[in-house]
Design a protein around this ligand. Structure first.
Ligand SMILES: *[C@@H]1O[C@H](CO)[C@@H](O)[C@H](O)[C@H]1NC(C)=O
Ligand SMILES: *[C@@H]1O[C@H](CO)[C@@H](O)[C@H](O)[C@H]1NC(C)=O
Ligand SMILES: *[C@@H]1O[C@H](CO)[C@@H](O)[C@H](O)[C@H]1NC(C)=O
Ligand SMILES: *[C@@H]1O[C@H](CO)[C@@H](O)[C@H](O)[C@H]1NC(C)=O
Ligand SMILES: *[C@@H]1O[C@H](CO)[C@@H](O)[C@H](O)[C@H]1NC(C)=O
Ligand SMILES: *[C@@H]1O[C@H](CO)[C@@H](O)[C@H](O)[C@H]1NC(C)=O
Ligand SMILES: *[C@@H]1O[C@H](CO)[C@@H](O)[C@H](O)[C@H]1NC(C)=O
Ligand SMILES: *[C@@H]1O[C@H](CO)[C@@H](O)[C@H](O)[C@H]1NC(C)=O
Ligand SMILES: *[C@@H]1O[C@H](CO)[C@@H](O)[C@H](O)[C@H]1NC(C)=O
Ligand SMILES: *[C@@H]1O[C@H](CO)[C@@H](O)[C@H](O)[C@H]1NC(C)=O
Ligand SMILES: *[C@@H]1O[C@H](CO)[C@@H](O)[C@H](O)[C@H]1NC(C)=O
Length: 830
């Protein structure tokens, strides 16, 4: 095999060969070389090819990375053949192959594109990040491309899956360690000829499966449905089978990557030049392959997570109750194996079981599928293979059903074979659950119930408007009058006409704000009561979720520092929430208004800090649910007539179980208030609210907005400025000058010991590591007890920043952020 050197790197080096000068271009031809320290740069300047060393390693490798994110290498050529410390050279050898040698004067081939002699060729780094090798005289004649040899990263336009024509497979292999790009034993492949499915292997062990492709999405990735920012192609042809993703918006860099701990992540480069995760897997216990064994069902929302399919019972009850689900479940009753004796039970909202032992016929109807399955006793279940446009196609399982998990929504239907007598007894025991079965979370059931009833009542009352109003003396009625379940609180229902007239037909003059999911109007009810009406924006795709979320959550919460829900109204696709009216609007209207800041004296400010802390403590701990607000900010703190604070806007709140942290693909919230782990990785816990509370506290004390940007510095990265700002509080603290943080508009006198205690608590809350931050309970104690000693705060989050000078104006940031809000998905099935 030829090398650079056979082309005489050194003999005629200074005659015919010349090095590319810095940033010379995107093309390398046969008379050129790239030395260590030189780069090929794609036309648009996005991608760079050159030599690099991974962090904590001195070894040199040839790789491709993004110019704006050069510490994330997307492709590596000589993965398992490091160059050591020598300065390598890339060139095209006499045979037309790309080769890497350890230097101009050493002709050892470290890496080569490995083609038979191709004659004269040229290499080019495309704007997609693809390094292509083509004939020199015909650039459409593709000979080799880096996209066919992925490392651990799939870029937009790259194909994952087997190429039957060439007999090669394109798959992702994780780096062995962050310092060693050599192929590790973690592999992500697209498998299954009829129904493609992503499988994550660790050596011979299956770690995770995405579930079969069902025409719309992978059966085990329900959130795939709601991405706006990404599109997917999954194709099976004679020649190849592949999975490919693209971005629907221009100028977005996205990737699917397998990291060294075996986590697949879908990431996009944000304007702050950090990679934000939209999705990752395995993300919980139920994603781990076969957690609950054969015939077990995994549900992260129940405890323990494992349950048996209906008609089954744990194989080893003792282990099972010790929460070891591996043994799985066995049938309570043997199958009859006759067409009359057996039947199928519909199990809804699941990830389909492992298809290793199944057959697929994509053209069969579901009815044919059923009858075929019923004919053969080895067939244990069937399901539709294609859920787009009605259900068609057929998957039949032979033998054990493994790796089933339950979703709250966007799961699939599985028809489970059981003896007819067993089906009878299951359906008899829970008659109204015949089809809904156990596969609906209580939350969704109660939400649906609530909306069904609300809708019914709006309709019912619309026909009896006058009567209702006169009889009841107000526009109110209670959902719980009827068969509302005991768990559901009373949700008063308002009549649409009453709301419309109260808000003067939703007149512009009555608009008092815009919440997370819609516009808020002020209204005067007939009985003189003032209310705030939040009207869901109709074009907001995620609004419905936000609305439901808000109703279900807030209806259950009762605390004097939480805004009170007076009722709801639904008419057709008009969705509204009615709240108590807060005459003093929101805290930001005072705090960030130079003309009104002086109205908040220290008593009022400390009362607000304490009230918000109590409200948050209630959310985190004292209510029956553990709730994370996720968007705590000055704009969401409303003030009543006596300036008592009330937390509002639960559109983004989440109920979580226990002390756990959760990860979301849809990072919602407000910049400046978001904790680093949440903003960067989507990890949220009660401690992310604590962080926001800390920011809010410092804002209340300083009367300045976090992330506020002076005009002259508008080119500065917002995040960096946030860092600097908080760093300012921090530095003042370190230098024992923290009282300088105090709002200059704050009317004196102020009790300085109390102020500095508040500052210290605020700084404790914004510490970089979630574990360092106090829980709200401690915060309330610290604020309330003047004699307790406080720990010393550590550095705040975002204190150090990789690239503080990345330039973006603040408005651009805000826009791109809200664009993210709208486009990224909601994580289903906590
Ligand atoms: C190689 O590239 C250089 C610079 O782009 C160009 O001047 C030269 O003509 C090219 N050589 C061949 C053989 O294409
Ligand atoms: C990566 O970018 C940073 C800042 O732009 C620069 O200091 C550093 O040298 C770059 N590293 C490489 C390997 O290009
Ligand atoms: C060329 O490089 C190889 C691998 O780095 C090394 O083993 C060999 O000794 C080098 N040869 C010369 C002549 O430097
Ligand atoms: C390109 O060059 C090769 C020889 O290197 C020749 O066989 C081929 O016909 C040429 N193709 C075109 C389109 O000129
Ligand atoms: C994604 O959508 C864009 C724009 O519509 C299109 O150009 C691209 O081919 C699509 N990619 C995939 C993988 O479907
Ligand atoms: C891999 O990604 C997961 C999820 O973001 C993260 O928890 C883990 O630390 C990552 N592993 C490494 C080695 O970076
Ligand atoms: C598929 O069948 C083979 C052979 O009977 C068995 O070893 C394997 O465990 C089965 N796989 C699944 C997922 O049931
Ligand atoms: C798939 O089902 C169709 C319709 O029932 C049938 O005609 C066809 O032969 C089946 N294909 C296979 C491979 O069994
Ligand atoms: C039932 O299906 C199994 C697995 O496909 C097959 O081996 C067996 O022959 C079938 N039995 C009958 C009676 O069709
Ligand atoms: C799935 O069904 C839709 C609509 O019926 C059809 O257009 C599509 O081709 C089907 N997909 C496959 C793989 O058969
Ligand atoms: C099905 O699961 C049972 C219990 O784990 C196991 O004994 C049996 O071998 C499995 N059968 C197949 C075909 O994998």
């Amino acid at each position: 095999m030829g090398r650079c050197a056979t082309f005489s790197c050194w003999s005629i080096l200074f005659v015919t060969l010349f090095s590319l000068s810095h940033g010379a271009g995107d093309t390398l031809n046969q008379s050129q070389i790239i030395e260590d320290g030189q780069f090929l740069i794609s036309t648009s300047g996005g991608f760079v090819l050159g030599f690099f060393s991974p962090a904590n390693s001195g070894n040199r490798y040839l790789g491709i990375w993004l110019k704006s994110s050069n510490d994330t290498v997307l492709w590596v050529a000589n993965r398992d053949k490091p160059l050591g410390h020598s300065a390598g050279v890339l060139c095209i050898d006499a045979g037309g192959n790309l080769v890497v040698t350890p230097g101009k004067a050493n002709d050892t081939t470290i890496w080569s594109s490995g083609l038979p002699n191709q004659g004269s060729t040229a290499a080019r780094l495309l704007d997609s990040g693809n390094l292509v090798l083509t004939s020199a005289n015909d650039s459409s004649n593709l000979l080799w491309q880096s996209f066919d040899h992925p490392s651990d990263t799939l870029l937009a336009g790259m194909k994952l899956g087997p190429d039957y024509k060439t007999g090669t497979d394109r798959f992702l292999t994780a780096w062995r360690s962050p310092a060693d790009p050599a192929p590790g034993n973690l592999v992500l492949k697209l498998s299954g000829r009829e129904l493609p499915e992503l499988l994550l292997w660790e050596g011979q062990r299956l770690k995770y499966r995405s579930g079969p492709w069902n025409g719309l999405r992978f059966s085990g990735i329900p959130e795939m449905k709601s991405y706006d920012m990404f599109n997917f192609t999954i194709k099976t042809t004679q020649d190849e089978m592949y999975y490919e993703f693209g971005t629907t918006k221009p100028n977005i860099y996205a990737r699917l990557a397998l990291n060294t701990s075996g986590v697949v992540q879908r990431l996009a480069l944000s304007n702050w030049l950090s990679w934000n995760a939209f999705w990752s897997a395995p993300k919980d216990l139920c994603d781990d392959y076969a957690t609950c064994g054969p015939y077990g069902v995994c549900d992260v929302n129940s405890s323990p997570v494992c349950d048996c399919l209906p008609g089954f019972t744990p194989t080893y009850p003792n282990e099972w109750y010790m929460r070891d689900g591996n043994g799985g479940c066995v049938r309570k009753k043997k199958l009859e194996c006759t067409a009359r004796g057996d039947g199928f039970l519909l199990v809804q909202q699941v990830k389909l079981p492992d298809t290793a032992n199944s057959t697929v016929n994509i053209s069969m109807s579901l009815a044919e599928c059923r009858s075929l399955c019923l004919q053969n006793c080895s067939c244990t279940a069937y399901a539709s293979a294609n859920v787009t446009g009605g259900r068609s196609g057929c998957i039949m399982w032979w033998g054990n059903l493994t790796d089933i998990r339950k979703f709250v929504s966007n799961g699939q239907d599985l028809y489970l074979r059981l003896p007819a007598s067993e089906i009878d007894s299951i359906t008899r025991n829970s008659p109204e659950r015949r089809t809904v079965a156990i596969f609906f979370s209580i939350a969704v059931v109660s939400a649906l119930l609530l909306f069904g009833l609300c809708g019914y009542y709006c309709f019912w009352r619309k026909r009896k408007v006058t009567k209702v109003i006169t009889v009841e003396g107000g526009a109110r009625r209670f959902c719980s009058d009827t068969s509302m379940s005991r768990e559901d609180p009373d949700i008063p229902l308002f009549n649409f006409e009453a709301i419309a007239s109260a808000t003067k037909d939703f007149s512009r003059d009555n608009i008092i704000g815009e919440g997370g999911f819609g516009i808020v109007y002020k209204g005067n009810l007939e009985d003189g009561q003032e209310v705030a009406v939040k009207r869901l924006s109709l074009h907001c795709v995620h609004g419905v979720d936000g609305f439901k979320n808000e109703v279900v959550l807030i209806a259950r919460l009762q605390h004097r520092n939480l805004v009170r829900l007076l009722g709801c109204c639904i008419r057709g696709d008009e969705w509204m929430l009615v709240f108590e009216y807060m005459p003093n609007k929101s805290l930001d209207a005072f705090l960030f208004d130079d003309g009104r800041r002086h109205l908040l004296d220290w008593r009022k400010r400390s009362n607000i800090i304490m009230g918000v802390a109590r409200g948050l403590l209630y959310l985190h701990q004292d209510s029956r649910l553990r709730i994370i607000h996720r968007d705590l900010k000055a704009g969401n703190i409303l003030l009543d007539a006596d300036m008592n604070p009330k937390i509002s806007d639960f559109g983004t709140a989440r109920i979580i179980g226990g002390d756990q942290m959760e990860v979301t693909m849809r990072v919602v919230g407000t910049r400046g208030y978001m904790s680093p782990e949440y903003a960067m990785d989507g990890v949220f816990s009660t401690k992310s609210d604590v962080f926001s509370f800390g920011v809010l506290t410092l804002e209340i004390i300083s009367g300045r907005k976090n992330g506020w940007i002076p005009q002259t510095r508008s080119k500065l990265n917002l995040l960096a400025y946030v860092g600097i700002k908080r760093c300012m509080a921090w530095n003042l603290w370190k230098e024992d000058r923290c009282l300088e943080l105090l709002d200059d508009k704050l009317p004196c006198p102020c009790p300085f010991s109390e102020v500095s205690r508040c500052i210290q608590v605020g700084l404790l809350c914004v510490q970089g590591f979630p574990d360092d931050r106090p829980a709200m309970q401690q915060v309330v104690l610290m604020l309330g007890n003047e004699n307790s000693t406080l720990p010393h705060p550590k550095e705040p989050g975002f204190f150090s920043l990789r690239d503080p000078m990345a330039v973006e104006s603040s408005t651009q940031h805000r826009q791109s952020w809200s664009a993210n809000n709208l486009t990224v998905t909601k994580l289903e099935g906590r």
